[in-house]
Write a protein that binds this ligand. Structure first.
Ligand code: C5P
Length: 227
């Protein structure tokens, strides 16, 4: 199981200061929409250069098959080690992504976003007209059928997804908080210990590390719970 630290600070300088504090640890860095849209590939390359750590580009692509696969190729050629698309883009779009990447000698891991961890059961049902677990498992099945490597889900869906898609199908779980921590805008939150019990392959932690007075100590605390 791996820890992925989300670089969600309000500037490239602050994110790079976090990278310098955490770079001696065995973890991944996650660059999401805010950091990438604001700071671009220059920032991604700087994180890679400073840390040498693997990079998850959390850009949650959602578009028609031709556009999404063009974007996926650009992300792969930019040097991402892992990136994601929305499962709701559909099997045709996810298959087009995998087909486009098949021309590469090595390709990044590709995950599909199922139910955002910020959704409560009611909010998810309002949009998708079904339960979170049922929806997440169905989306995971589509992603596996399209040849993706795994999904983004909450820790609470990880076990059900693996029972359907296989133990080697990756589950990456955001919404991770230490016991009693602020949930912020997340709904389906879990501790690192719960994520380990639920067989998650990656946990993503942003604010619980970034807003700590000692980010390295917070990351070490998470690592000691999952290793
Ligand atoms: O601060 P926090 O730990 O809640 O940050 C979670 C990170 O994971 C954010 O960067 C968010 O964009 C991302 N994420 C998420 N839920 C998903 C996919 C990604 O919270 N389903």
């Amino acid at each position: 199981m791996k820890l992925c630290a989300a670089l969600d600070c309000e500037s490239a300088e602050k994110n790079l200061a976090i990278v310098k504090k955490l770079r001696s640890l065995d973890l991944w860095f996650k660059i999401g929409l805010s950091g990438f849209i604001r700071d671009g590939w220059k920032f991604v390359n700087e994180v890679k250069r400073v840390s040498g750590a693997p990079i998850f580009m959390d850009l949650k692509l959602y578009d028609i098959p031709n556009t999404i696969s063009d974007a996926a190729l650009a992300i792969a050629e930019g040097g991402a080690d892992m990136f994601n698309v929305h499962a709701s883009a559909g099997v045709k779009a996810m298959s087009a992504v995998m087909e486009r990447l098949s021309a590469l000698k090595t390709r990044p891991l590709v995950l599909a976003v199922t139910a955002l961890t910020s959704f409560s059961a009611d909010e998810f049902a309002e949009i998708y007209n079904r339960s979170v677990e049922g929806g997440a498992v169905e989306m995971a099945r589509s992603a596996r059928n399209a040849g993706l490597d795994g999904v983004v889900c909450s820790a609470y869906e990880s076990r059900a997804i693996k029972s359907v898609c296989g133990d080697d199908f990756i589950t990456l779980c955001p919404g991770i908080r230490f016991e009693g921590g602020e949930t912020n805008d997340q709904s389906r939150v879990a501790t690192p210990q719960t994520a380990a019990l639920e067989k998650c392959d990656f946990i993503v932690m942003g604010r619980a590390i970034l807003s700590s007075t000692d980010p390295k100590a917070a990351a070490l605390k998470a690592l000691s719970a999952i290793c």
